[in-house]
Design a protein around this ligand. Structure first.
Ligand code: GDP
Length: 316
């Protein structure tokens, strides 16, 4: 019987993952932070707790004794990590060390493997000199979020060397209508829907020339499940391989919402630019495609359309 434990079960990825596993008949436990505004999806057994409470984390893992442990929780945005670098190190770095240690403990106690999947991030590559990035790209983060994720990524490999089925999905940006508006894609789609509905207004963004590889979040969750169930633990880049600028995303979203002359609606305000920002992040997911049989199901235009349509619907 599969018993899954998901940290970050109320987030974008956690909610898609929980829905998927519940529909497969998996017993799903989720770590929920007090104060989380969204409840976990139906069928999830929630456990109130906090990543900063390392002893509590260990107790939870020992109690649930999962066969699959998906670690998705942590500081979720680069922007937030600049405000809170030490919290970022604790929640997105140190907590992973404790979870891995606890998973090894469960494995030893029960004599059955615990498949540990860590949601890593393209931010571990920093501002890479080569493009696209793959599993051999040097780990060289440029922000506190990337630095914490880099530490976690190393710890996953170290736990693997100690006999844990520990895998990391190196996830490039992945979006959906469940993205909070602190991320540029959702900020744009909410803004586009508002402008279309009101017939007026501007989209005020930061660096319009920043380029990202934006995929569809449920596809990335599918990659995490494939990592858990693959016969050997590996680290794999998960990305579409397509690069688009913030400007491209904004123009596509405004157009989808039916706003005429989209380019005239964009303003770049230095208040929204970052102290350091990777200019081009694009992943090469050849390993995931060939070894895990993974492939994205939605391209850039389909992601934009799904998010804009959702936000238009909310305003109606
Ligand atoms: P990230 O790649 O995980 O940091 O995801 P974000 O969605 O927060 O940012 C993606 C890119 O959009 C980064 O290069 C940001 O600098 C850029 N960007 C441009 N304008 C904005 C904005 O108004 N808000 C945010 N969050 N990002 C912006």
């Amino acid at each position: 019987m599969t018993v899954a434990l998901i940290t970050g079960v109320t987030g974008q990825d956690g909610s898609y993952l929980a829905e998927r596993l519940v529909s497969e008949g998996v017993t799903v436990h989720g770590l929920v932070r007090s104060g989380d505004r969204t409840p976990p999806v139906p069928g999830v057994r929630s456990h109130l707790g906090d990543l900063a409470d390392l002893d509590g984390l260990r107790r939870l893992v020992l109690e649930v004794a999962p066969t699959e442990l998906y670690h998705l929780a942590g500081i979720s945005s680069v922007a937030q990590s600049w405000q809170e670098p030490e919290q970022t190190a604790l929640l997105s770095g140190v907590a992973v060390a404790r979870l891995l240690e606890s998973a090894l403990e469960v494995q030893r106690a029960h004599g059955a493997p615990v498949r540990f999947v860590h949601a890593s991030s393209a931010e571990i590559f920093g501002d890479p000199a080569t493009s696209p990035q793959d599993e051999s790209t040097p780990i060289a983060p440029v922000n506190p979020y990337g630095a914490a994720k880099a530490y976690a990524q190393h710890m996953v490999r170290i736990a693997r060397d100690r006999g844990l089925h520990a895998a990391a999905g190196i996830l490039f940006n992945h979006e959906s209508p469940r993205r909070p508006s602190s991320f540029v894609t959702r900020k744009i789609t909410q803004g586009a829907a508002r402008i279309a509905t009101e017939g007026a207004g501007m989209l005020t963004l930061g660096n319009l020339d920043a380029r990202r590889d934006w995929g569809w979040a449920p596809d990335y969750v599918d990659a995490l499940v494939r990592l858990a169930r693959h016969h050997e633990p590996i680290d794999a880049v998960v990305a579409t391989g397509e690069l688009h600028s913030v400007r491209d995303f904004a123009v596509a979203a405004l157009r989808r919402a039916g706003v005429p002359d989209p380019g005239s609606r964009l303003v770049s305000d230095p208040a929204f630019t970052r102290p350091a920002d990777a200019a081009r992040m694009v992943g090469d997911a050849t390993l995931a495609r060939t070894v895990l049989g993974w492939a994205p199901t939605r391209d850039f235009d389909a992601v934009v359309a799904a998010m804009v349509d959702h936000d238009l619907e909310l305003l109606r």
